[in-house]
Write a protein that binds this ligand. Sequence first.
Ligand code: CAA
Length: 294
Amino acid sequence: ETPSADDAPQLRHDIRTVGVVGTGTMASGIVQVFAQAGYDVVYVGRGEDKVAGVRTFIEKSLDKAIARGKSDEATKAAVLGRLTGATERSALAEVDIVVEAIAEDLDIKQELFADLDRICKPGAILATTTSSLPITSCAEVTSRPEAVIGMHFFNPAPVMKLVEVVTTVQTGADVDETVRALCAKTGKVAVSCGDRAGFIVNALLFPYLNDAVKLSESGLELGVIDTAIKEQAAYPMGPFELLDVVGNDVSLAIQEELLREFRQPGFTPAHTLKQVVAEGKLGRKTGQGFHDYR
Ligand code: CAA
């Protein structure tokens, strides 16, 4: 059933300024999404060069849009004018919501959430875009588990419409509704799901991607498998092209989490996936993955 306008989620918290932690592909894309939707964004990175890199990423993306006649210089100036980069987390003291997109490592995330809990004002929502770690583990190190939620964006974040809104048993209904309303404000489509490995999309997508790697191990060429899927299923990318976009390190982490939770032997990460990660061939972000981008 399609919800009527009356059922549309409302902003139960006032959201004016958005904080983002991280400077990688996902963080940069998420900063862009919020700034384009008219929000002031404070983003935090681990060094001046990384902070500047986010701005460059967004400038390039907007330049491309201008070249395609989809945007203009005034819009670009307005979007860039909403960005404040910082190297200290204390810059997040007054934001209304933080979305973190740092390393997919539980110790690192928990240290961050404990710190955000100390830094951010009372009532601020703490969101994570993790794709492989339980949201509950981020919530349990804070004094405000009701304000902790998953906001799982897809790569490339400025393009992909879906956001999985992941609630734990402790997430407040007001927080859940606010985040779903915020998705709508930024032109995204929110789907609600519980805190289980892979949420919805990755629980279905990654067994397929992992199977594609195993299929290639039987001697099939990567390009042939990519073409077959694109032609047959009308997917925009074949499995190896997509793995390279997502990042093979991220993909391996997701696959390992699915195996841990569901314990099905079929979920065992493909040997070649582990191998490309060990070789540092992480995908487009390193110039080489299953395919070569250099
Ligand atoms: N930032 C901003 N805009 C971008 C962009 C980026 N990084 N990449 C592409 N675009 C825009 C282009 O400017 C273009 O916009 P217009 O139509 O307004 O001109 C549009 O997106 C289409 O791009 P292109 O024409 O250059 O290329 P394309 O048609 O091949 O599309 C793609 C590129 C959107 C990435 C498409 O290939 C695609 O949808 N691929 C699949 C991506 C996918 O499935 N992602 C999910 C992965 S799973 C995940 O992320 C979850 C996880 O937890 C790991």
